[in-house]
Ligand binder design. Structure first.
Ligand code: NAD
Length: 280
C-alpha cells in the first residue's frame, strides 16, 4: 500500500512558502511520510480557472488535503462538497480535507491568528481594537477577533468600501455594533486597547509604517500579520514605545498547526512547529 500522505498548496507566487517545510517536518516527528506539493499558478501561468482540473486531480490522486491561498480562497468554494461553519461565515477557505470521497473546506487563518494571540497575550484588553487592512488576512482575523471576544472592532482600509462591507457583514453575523468602519486612523486608535495590522506595509517590497508613529502609546498592544520580515518597522516602533507586541510568524504557525490536525487527525506539537519555523 502507498502509505505516503499527499498534500499540497494551490496559490500564485508561493515559491517562498514555509508551509511545506513546517508540514513535512511535523509529519516526520509523527512517523508519517508526507509529501507537500507546491501547485503554483504563476508557474502554470494560469488563474483560478484551473481549479476544477486541479481538484479533479486531487480526488483521483488521493491527496489527503490541500492548503489554498491567494487568489483561490473564494474561488474554490463552489467546487467543494461541504464547508465548516467557520469557512462558511468567512466566505473563504484555506484548508481542504479529502475524506471518504468528499472535499471539505475549512479556514485555519483566523483560528491560527487567535490561537497564537491568546498564547502570546492571554490577558490582553479586548474592549476596543483597531484593525488596519480588511483584505484576505484582515477579514479572516476580523471574524476570529470577534469570536475570541473583542467587544468593538474598528476597521480601517485605504479602500473605505471594503472596510464598510466587512463591517456590515460582521454586524450581521456577530451582533449590531460589534464592528464599525472608521474613516481615519487617528480617531479609531485614540482610545483603543489594541491594534491589529493586516496591510502589506512593512513587507520587504513595501517598506514603511502603516500609521504615524506618534499614534502609538505604551498601553496599546500591537499584533502584526506581516512575516517577511518577522521584525517589521511597526513592531520595532511599537516596542520602542513600550507596547506589548505579537509578530506575524505566530499566525503562520497557527494556520499550519490547524491544517496539520485536519490533514492527519494527529495533535501537532505547536511549540516544536514554532521553533522549526523560526529556524527556516
Ligand atoms: P490583501 O491585498 O488581500 O489585503 C490588504 C488590504 O490592505 C487591502 O484591503 C488594502 O486596501 C489594504 N491596504 C493596503 N495598504 C494600506 C494602508 N497603507 N492602510 C490601510 N489599508 C491598506 O492582502 P493580504 O493577503 O490580506 O495580506 C496582507 C499582509 O498579510 C501581507 O503582508 C501578507 O504577507 C500577510 N499575511 C500574513 C499571514 C500570516 O500567517 N502571518 C497570512 C496571510 C497574509
Amino acid at each position: 500500500p502507498n502509505d505516503k500522505l499527499l498534500v499540497g498548496l494551490i496559490g500564485a507566487g508561493i515559491q517562498r512558502s514555509l508551509t511545506p517545510a513546517m508540514q513535512e517536518e511535523e509529519a516526520r516527528h509523527h512517523g508519517l511520510r508526507m509529501h507537500y506539493q507546491l501547485i503554483d499558478l504563476d508557474v502554470t501561468k494560469s488563474g483560478p480557472e484551473l481549479l476544477p482540473t486541479l481538484l479533479a486531480a486531487v480526488r483521483t490522486m488521493s491527496f489527503a488535503g490541500l492548503n489554498i491561498t491567494f487568489p483561490c480562497k473564494q474561488a474554490v468554494i463552489p467546487l467543494l462538497d461541504e464547508l465548516s461553519d467557520e469557512a462558511r461565515a468567512m466566505g473563504a477557505v484555506n484548508t481542504v480535507v479529502h475524506r471518504d470521497g468528499k472535499l471539505i473546506g475549512h479556514n485555519t487563518d483566523g483560528s491560527g491568528w487567535s490561537w497564537n494571540f491568546q498564547r502570546a497575550l492571554p490577558d490582553a484588553d479586548l474592549s476596543r481594537v483597531l484593525l488596519l487592512g480588511t483584505g484576505g488576512a484582515g477579514s479572516a482575523i476580523a471574524h476570529a477577533a470577534l469570536r475570541m471576544g473583542v467587544q468593538e472592532l474598528r476597521l480601517y482600509d485605504v479602500d473605505p468600501a471594503r472596510a464598510q462591507a466587512l463591517a456590515a457583514e460582521l454586524n450581521r453575523l456577530y451582533g449590531a455594533g460589534r464592528a464599525v468602519a472608521v474613516a481615519e486612523i487617528a480617531g479609531g486608535i485614540a482610545d483603543a486597547s489594541g491594534l491589529i495590522h493586516a496591510t502589506p506595509m512593512g513587507m520587504d517590497k513595501m517598506p514603511g509604517l502603516p500609521l504615524a508613529e506618534e499614534l502609538l502609546r505604551p498601553e496599546l498592544w500591537v499584533s502584526e500579520v506581516v512575516y517577511f520580515p518577522i521584525e517589521t518597522a511597526l513592531l520595532k516602533a511599537a516596542r520602542a514605545k513600550g507596547c506589548r507586541t505579537v509578530d506575524g510568524g505566530g499566525m503562520a504557525v497557527g494556520q499550519a498547526v490547524g491544517a496539520f490536525k485536519l490533514f492527519t487527525g494527529r495533535e501537532p506539537d505547536a511549540a516544536r512547529v514554532d521553533a522549526h519555523f523560526r529556524r527556516l
